[in-house]
Design a protein around this ligand. Structure first.
Ligand SMILES: Cc1ncc(COP(=O)(O)O)c(C=O)c1O
Length: 403
């Protein structure tokens, strides 16, 4: 057989994909799985949006099925710029927005547009597991900066500054609200990092996938601090929950957006048209959109609180930082499993096999979360979340008993 490209294996399989395969197999065998693994929205997009789409689909309208501009429908780029402004963000021209085929494609396109072999990229440990493979695929090197639970997972700006090397660092990635920790970046931290990075000639990529899913505090618009150097990654997967329809966007300085657009043109040609029309309807109905997202936030906040109550009751020695946003709680079980010779990967595997609870091991996000599990609090109702935590406690007790 002819040779494959070596670098393709830098694209390690996503851990949630792997868990999904095991989960599908168990589900086929009729197992009752409690899903605490995915960031899949637990509620469908609003009914009014689905009804409007049904009307659009009922008409004989070719535009729904046609190619769109690579950068996305111009009306959608305008609607996105307007939406960002109404959410309290910066004023953008539509030319500063490019629509992508989901957040993943936004991340990929940004990396392809900004990175060259040999570049350094500063990532916060822990961070969303999708970033390191993309960075490494493009020949760049990850430089880690730790964010500690004692500081609510806020990165220390001084440590980030030390990691930034003029002429070597091309990109600093900040995720806020964060996956996996749910931490919302503090304004002073964001500002200090963004201004320093920009001054050192590095791009700041801010991942805002969960910007409207904040339960306490408010979103920090990092772009404002360094508008020539910040590129923002966004998705419609979480709000309004169009995860499988693959739609996201990037905004930033015009030149960066033009470069991202070029990558989109050569990878997907244009983002899915039907999803673009859905997003257009959604964003244009500002009042209904706000009502919907407020309701979603209240559902998710209740589920998060149910998870915290169950942790307090069943795993009182576990450490966690109350997530202010996003969809996940990082449950640090070091106090229970240290000394047992297991890390979170072994723990997650046993949880799935023995207790039928799907989680994501903290090892996939960095070293800080080595003994932690990432638990999603959005995709199961409250009573099943509590049951999932009970089962985690049961396994941990069993493991300690067998020591
Ligand atoms: C922080 C973050 N960025 C980007 C993405 C990717 O978004 P999408 O699902 O639209 O590809 C996700 C998805 O989980 C995420 O959590």
């Amino acid at each position: 057989m002819a040779r494959l490209a070596d670098r393709v294996w830098r694209l390690r399989e996503s851990p949630t994909r792997r868990i999904d395969r095991v989960r599908e197999e168990l589900a086929r065998r009729g197992a009752d799985l409690i899903m605490l693994s995915t960031g899949q929205p637990g509620v469908p997009p609003p009914r009014w949006l689905r009804e409007r789409l049904a009307e659009l689909l009922a008409a004989d309208d070719l535009k729904l099925y046609s190619y769109t501009p690579s950068a996305g429908l111009s009306e959608l780029r305008e609607a996105i710029a307007e939406d960002v402004r109404r959410l309290g963000g910066p004023s953008l021209e539509p030319e500063q927005v490019v629509v992508t085929a989901g957040g993943q494609s936004a991340m990929w396109s940004v990396a392809a547009a900004l990175l060259e072999p040999g570049d350094e990229v500063v990532l916060v440990d822990p961070t969303f597991f999708a970033y390191p493979p993309i960075v490494e695929y493009h020949g760049a090197r990850v430089v880690w900066v730790r964010a500690r639970p004692e500081e609510g997972y806020q990165p220390d700006p001084e440590e980030v500054k030390e990691a930034i090397r003029r002429g070597r660092t091309k990109m600093v990635v900040l995720v806020t609200p964060d996956n996996p920790t749910g931490r919302v970046l503090r304004e002073d931290v964001a500002r200090s990092i963004a201004e320093y990075a920009a001054d050192a000639g590095a791009w700041v990529v801010v991942d805002e996938a969960y910007k409207t899913l904040i339960y306490e505090g408010r979103h920090v618009w990092v772009y404002r601090y360094a508008p020539d150097s910040v590129v923002a990654v966004n998705t419609f997967s979480k709000d309004p929950g169009l995860a499988g329809w693959r739609l996201g966007y990037v905004y930033g300085p015009r030149d960066a957006v033009r470069a991202v657009n070029r990558v989109v043109e050569h990878t997907v040609y244009c983002p899915p048209s039907i999803a673009q029309y859905a997003a257009l309807v959604y964003l244009r109905e500002w009042k209904l959109r706000m009502e919907f997202i407020e309701w979603v936030r209240s559902v998710y906040a209740r589920r998060r609180d149910a998870m915290i109550r169950a942790v307090e009751e069943h795993l009182p020695d576990a450490r966690y930082v109350r997530p202010q946003g996003a969809m996940f709680l990082v449950l640090d079980l070091e106090g229970y499993v240290r000394g047992l010779g297991v890390d979170s990967e072994a723990l997650a595997e046993r949880l799935l096999a023995e207790e039928r609870v799907a989680t994501v091991p903290g090892t996939y996000f960095g070293t800080v979360t080595r003994y932690a599990l990432r638990l999603s609090f959005v995709s199961e109702p409250e009573h099943r979340i509590a049951e999932g935590v009970r089962r985690i406690a049961r396994l941990v007790q069993r493991m300690r008993g067998a020591k």
